[in-house]
Design a protein around this ligand. Structure first.
Ligand code: HEC
Ligand code: HEC
Length: 269
């Protein structure tokens, strides 16, 4: 007894105990905790990919090929990324139906969970733009005026000044952006569907995309209130010019007729 307690009081005893305790805790933690969650994530991910592959084989492989390599009826999906799938399937464009100049928006036939699985599968074929998180596309606190500038510089040539949309060549068109969700706005900029150029983070940082989303939402929620007078379909100079021609010239002609009629009367009397 005496010997033991004497050794316990050795000046290094406390340090040794502390080190042993630390090593044991660290070792246990390393052995269980992170490996456990990482494994769980990995299995969830591979399950999603597996489910996505099943959905893909039934709904998409006929046009995009069994491994996403593409066929004559649809382009390769290797490297388009989960964002492209979330956009295309989430806006109902995919699965495409009839051939035409452009694949239109239609009713969405997959649930968001199924879209996520399809996206996970396609993303597993090759790295590409990743589906954005709410914090990335939410317009909260963004600069609407700056978004307006960016929109006029980058988007208005196709989508018109406030996103009314417009015709392009060969029967294609840039759609109206009034009812597009912030997430799909963000994904369209990330992936550049069909004739639209893409605006990756290297050329247009996340902050600028947010500003644009805030602008598109602001001009479309205020459609009833137009500080500049009549909105004339919000189509810009075309409808404004037409308005000036029809009503401006019309008023001038009416004036001329009125003056002519009165001078004729004055002469008679
Ligand atoms: C009837 C044929 C057809 C079917 C079925 C179809 N697609 Fe497509 N898909 C196309 C065509 C054609 C395009 C190219 C559209 C374009 O760019 O003009 C396309 C484009 C895409 C794109 C965009 C690729 C890019 O480069 O950004 C994605 C993503 C996509 N399809 C995913 C899917 C998914 C997922 C399904 C199944 C749910 C599916 N498609 C079903 C024909 C099809
Ligand atoms: C060269 C013309 C062009 C430019 C520039 C352009 N777009 Fe587009 N945009 C298109 C076309 C064409 C489509 C339709 C693609 C499709 O249906 O797959 C489209 C589709 C979209 C959609 C999807 C709308 C929907 O109904 O789902 C959004 C959102 C969008 N564009 C936003 C933008 C924004 C924001 C910018 C500027 C940063 C921009 N576009 C610049 C041509 C353009």
């Amino acid at each position: 007894m005496k010997k033991l307690s004497a050794r316990r009081r050795h000046p290094l005893a406390a340090v040794v105990v502390l080190l042993l305790a630390l090593a044991a805790t660290g070792g246990l933690y390393a052995a269980f905790a992170p490996a456990g969650t990482a494994k769980a994530d990995e299995t969830a991910q591979s399950l999603a990919i597996e489910e996505g592959k099943k959905l893909y084989t039934v709904g998409c492989a006929s046009c995009h090929g069994t491994g996403g390599q593409g066929t004559t009826d649809g382009p390769s999906l290797v490297g388009v990324g989960s964002a492209a799938v979330d956009f295309q399937v989430g806006t109902g464009r995919m699965p495409a139906q009839q051939p035409g100049a452009q694949v239109p928006r239609k009713k969405v036939i997959y649930s968001q969970a199924e879209i996520d699985q399809l996206a996970a599968y396609v993303a597993s074929l090759g790295a590409g733009p990743i589906t954005p998180k709410a914090g990335q596309y939410s317009p909260d606190g963004a600069d609407i005026a700056k978004g307006g500038d960016l929109f006029r510089n980058n988007c208005a040539q196709c989508h018109n000044f406030t996103g009314e949309g417009g015709a392009l060549t060969h029967g294609k068109y840039a759609p109206n952006l009034a009812n597009v969700s912030p997430k799909h706005l963000y994904e369209a900029m990330q992936t550049g569907p069909q004739n639209m150029p893409s605006f990756p983070d290297t050329t247009m940082p996340e902050k600028e995309k947010k500003d644009i989303i805030a602008y598109v939402q602001a001009v479309n929620s205020d459609r009833t209130e137009t500080p500049g007078g009549f909105k004339l379909g919000a189509l810009g100079p075309v409808s404004e010019g037409l308005f000036a021609w029809v009503f401006g010239l019309g008023a001038l002609i009416a004036c001329a007729v009125w003056v002519a009629a009165h001078t004729a009367k004055a002469k008679k009397s």
